[in-house]
Design a protein. Sequence first.
Length: 186
Amino acid sequence: MNILYPLCVASFSGYYDFAHRLGRQEKDAVLAEIIAEQREHSFHTYGYRRLWQVLKKRGIYRNPKTILRIMEKYGLLADIRRRRKWVNMGQQVHKYKNLLNRQFHADRPNSKWVTDISYFHTKQGVLYLSVIRDLYDNCIVVYKTDTKQTVNLVLDTIRLAMCKEKKRGAAELQLHSDQGFQYTSL
């Protein structure tokens, strides 16, 4: 090393810093594979702090900033989940009078039904669940699932409930909803 030193422009510390970084790239690649595996396992939602905890439980001890640096270097950062944007329809949609008026009990079966749509994130995508519940005994009258949140999901659920309970033309039945776009566009 002393023979080559006059020919080099770099200092000893610069050379050793360079030599140290060569070995680090191989270590980074191995750790990046482990991080990528954990990232797939967590559906791309774990950030560097959470991955640091997972790696620590597996016996891999690294500084959290090292994990962040590797995630940035290899493009393994967590996907940021965005808030859903709600569109206010304003005057375009007719709002119905609230007949239920927060009286969530019924004196007889099939006199007051409530309905709503919930959604669940699954590995295959979003699954929408439309439910009709009887307020007399809080039992589920009928439910239907679909991969799309459409008016047809609501209509099919109502048709199933009417056929099941044989209440096709009953004027005394109240169906209450949150008046979302699926219900107000009927």
